[in-house]
Design a protein around this ligand. Structure first.
Ligand code: GLN
Length: 488
């Protein structure tokens, strides 16, 4: 192959295009060839685009760069399934704002990626076209819900992809796939055209190989959108320009109740012990690089309530948001002689067990007699967690924690990661969705050649500061460029 794009970043490819070492048509066909070549083994895509199309309106750093979109972003005239049987033939008539912006910036869509059905789930195994495999080890999950996007960037099929993140759906698979996963502040990127899962928690974000590339893509995507009333006015900053700013006055904290080694000392899990050892080594490297890093405490009761309150809020919102999936407006028509029968039939056949369970939970939570006790209580817990975080952010610029307590799980993993011991370590990233904080996962170590990520969450609206901090940490991990030494 004349030009291998697999180990290239956006910055590398921009250079190659500018120097005319390759054309954007060649880049596109290289990416499509890779997408097809890896499809059988890894199943990243629901749809692979077959024709090079540029609708560029202006020249940007992304002009001519191939990318992939999670299949819950509406793309007019291109199948958009949400990886659900209930939308298996759905072709939208309008574009998500992100897609429109990327088109106008000249980026070239290569394909729509597999997700956990309707973005609910964290395994990458529930999409209607089959499960997604981890590029580092085919017998393992890549995680989800943005599974195909994570795997496509991890395999080097595309240098960037978009995902959505309601609880951790970008930042968890980024950790298991050895790539950078970034979700900016709530509202920084328009959600118009993204299938709504839980609107108060949903974020659009990026998968890239480097923090610098995450800044580049976010610069193109951010800004106010009249179609999304939660979108933020553009902050007028160029994140790419400021990622190398000095960090020596920056202060980070980690949470004793989440990552203190004492908490886990009697668990017989050598991967977890190594994750924590390497995490504390990384903190030392951060200190040596100029950061102040300190330990803080958060009430354990609040931390233990993250997962149940996340589930309560997200299932309730998901049930209301997905009420339009009736088998009447979209998707395969249900059978029956009354609207109720038609809807019942379409949903029985269209949704998998996991989704049905969540809708049942959501309906229960939303029942009038349960709303106060369940939904509003979860919202109160959410507010208490956010208040504690805001208090900490008065003194600190970021929170740093391992993105996960383990390596990518095997497909047949039956370990109970919802047990009390793992509950907080596996689910703390939803804090960033509760508060709308910008949050990023970058690779920081490997265990048996499997990547593990560290997560950094910043102050609301300060996406620039977070990217600046993450860029510095990426340089001290020793794992920048991790994606290059994969055997696929
Ligand atoms: N794994 C979480 C869930 O199952 C997060 C999903 C997401 O962020 N879309 O709800």
């Amino acid at each position: 192959m004349a030009y291998n794009i697999q180990d290239k970043t956006i910055v590398d490819l921009r250079g190659a295009l500018d120097k005319k070492e390759i054309t954007s048509e060649e880049l596109f066909s290289e990416a499509v060839n890779l997408a097809n070549e890896y499809q059988e083994d890894y199943n990243c895509f629901v749809t692979i685009v077959d024709k090079f199309k540029s609708k560029k309106k202006k020249d940007t750093i992304l002009t001519g760069i191939p990318y992939a979109l999670k299949d819950n972003f509406s793309t007019s005239n291109i199948l958009t399934t949400g990886s659900s049987n209930i939308l298996k033939d759905y072709i939208p008539v309008y574009d998500a704002t992100c897609y429109k912006k990327l088109k106008e910036a000249g980026a070239i869509l290569v394909g729509k990626t597999v997700l956990d059905e309707l973005a609910m789930g964290g395994t990458g195994t529930t999409g209607h076209t089959g499960l997604v495999r981890n590029p580092y080890d085919k017998t393992r999950q890549i995680g989800g819900s943005s599974a195909g996007s994570a795997a496509a960037v991890s395999l080097g099929i595309v240098p960037f992809a978009l995902g959505s993140d309601t609880g951790d759906s970008i930042r968890k698979p980024a950790s298991f796939g050895g790539v950078v996963g970034f979700k900016p502040t709530y509202g920084r990127i328009s959600r118009y055209g993204l299938f709504a899962f839980a609107s108060s928690l949903d974020h659009v974000g990026t998968f890239t190989k480097t923090v610098e590339d995450a800044a580049i893509v976010t610069d193109i995507l951010k800004g106010e959108d009249c179609h999304d009333m939660t979108s933020l006015k553009d902050d007028g900053k160029c994140y790419h320009d400021i990622i190398n700013n000095d960090i020596s006055s920056r202060k980070l904290f980690y949470v004793k109740e989440i990552c203190d080694k004492e908490l886990y000392k009697d668990i017989n899990d050598s991967n977890l012990q190594k994750i924590l050892d390497d995490f504390y080594n990384l903190l030392d490297k951060c200190r040596a690089a100029g950061f102040t890093v300190e330990e803080v405490s958060i009430d354990n009761k609040l931390l233990q309530a993250i997962y149940p309150s996340y589930m309560t809020i997200s299932c309730a919102e998901a049930t209301s948001n997905n009420a339009n999936l009736t088998g009447i407006q979209f998707g395969p028509r249900g059978q029956g002689s009354t609207p109720e029968e038609i809807i019942f039939d379409a949903r029985t056949k269209g949704f998998s067990e996991l989704i049905k369970r969540r809708f049942i939970l959501g309906s229960y939570i939303l029942q009038k007699e349960n709303q106060e006790k369940l939904y509003l209580n979860a919202c109160r817990i959410r507010r208490l967690i956010v208040e504690r975080m805001d208090e900490l952010f008065e003194n600190y610029d970021g929170m740093i924690l391992p993105a996960s307590g383990g390596i990518a799980p095997k497909f047949d993993d039956t370990s109970d990661k919802l047990s009390d011991r793992y509950l907080i370590l596996e689910n703390h990233m939803a804090i960033a969705n509760f508060g709308g904080y910008p949050s990023i996962t970058i690779p920081y170590t490997k265990i048996d050649n499997l990547p593990v990520g560290v997560n950094i969450t910043g102050r609301k609206l300060e996406d620039d500061v977070l990217l600046n901090i993450a860029n510095k940490i990426e340089n001290v991990t020793g794992y920048k460029g991790n994606w290059r030494d994969k055997d696929v």
